[in-house]
Design a protein around this ligand. Sequence first.
Ligand code: NAG
Ligand code: NAG
Ligand code: NAG
Ligand code: NAG
Length: 276
Amino acid sequence: MLANLLAVLLTGSTSLALAVPAADPSCTRDLLRRHTESYLSAQTAGDPLLLLGTAAAAAVVYTEDFVSRPISASVLNTPLRIAHNRSLLDTTQCATYTEIIVTDPANPRVIGTQIRFNPSGDAVQKIETLVTKEGDWAFNASLTYFYANRETENNLWFTIPEAERDSRAVIQAAADAYLDLFNDKSVVVPWGTPCNRLEGSWYTGNFTATDSCNVGVPSGVAIKERRYVIDETVGTVDAFVQFGSRPDSHEFRVEKGKLRLVHTLTVMRNVTAGGD
Ligand SMILES: *[C@@H]1O[C@H](CO)[C@@H](O)[C@H](O)[C@H]1NC(C)=O
Ligand SMILES: *[C@@H]1O[C@H](CO)[C@@H](O)[C@H](O)[C@H]1NC(C)=O
Ligand SMILES: *[C@@H]1O[C@H](CO)[C@@H](O)[C@H](O)[C@H]1NC(C)=O
Ligand SMILES: *[C@@H]1O[C@H](CO)[C@@H](O)[C@H](O)[C@H]1NC(C)=O
């Protein structure tokens, strides 16, 4: 896609280029990695300023479980002892996605956060976070930690050698096929083997070579408002979506065009009623 945009720029037709600006070279993986580290420090300390720096908090769009609120009243103000974290770095969009698991019995949480920066990556523009807890889909942070940590320890989220990486389009298409399946059983999903789904604390497979993710999905659910963060180095896309009426994150690891790992978070509490 970037190549297409550059071609458009070079041939002087700028309408498409204006709609989707080309990546700014100053938004590097190193910069995004430092931002994710600042985000983790902020959450650990309960101090949003460790992420925001000098950016005016009021200028940052912030949502929690897809409901707007001031950052001063956000989960970032509660210190949390983080047991597990893993991040995607998207230099094309200058954005990150971070999965956090907190097993501390005082405040068990499984959190997914997309952060979007300005094109050069020096200021936070938007933070969207899903903070799952008791009451949410298959919530059990200790069990989620067990499965997520087992995948990490077995290096299932390894960095893919450059020559074997899928394009952003292929990675996103695999995710979209899976998400479309919930409302259209005729969609062909690129199932890989082995493949496992971690949905809340529910694990579909047995951690064996024959595990399949094709173990059924509900029908008649339109999955809308997809906001992606894509990291080709790990073949992974996270999509924040409206899953029917539920705020939801679906993260997909794709290898050679096929789905290998899926992690989901689904908020089941009625957050619009103002509850916590
Ligand atoms: C996040 O995870 C990395 C390993 O992937 C670890 O080195 C780092 O200490 C973790 N950060 C926090 C704040 O737990
Ligand atoms: C979470 O899962 C663990 C491991 O299966 C279990 O021991 C524990 O009782 C579960 N916690 C809750 C609150 O269900
Ligand atoms: C996991 O093992 C159980 C018991 O052997 C089996 O019934 C189930 O189909 C297996 N699941 C997958 C995804 O292979
Ligand atoms: C959530 O609460 C609001 C306000 O009380 C109510 O209007 C809405 O129907 C509820 N939604 C669900 C899914 O229960």
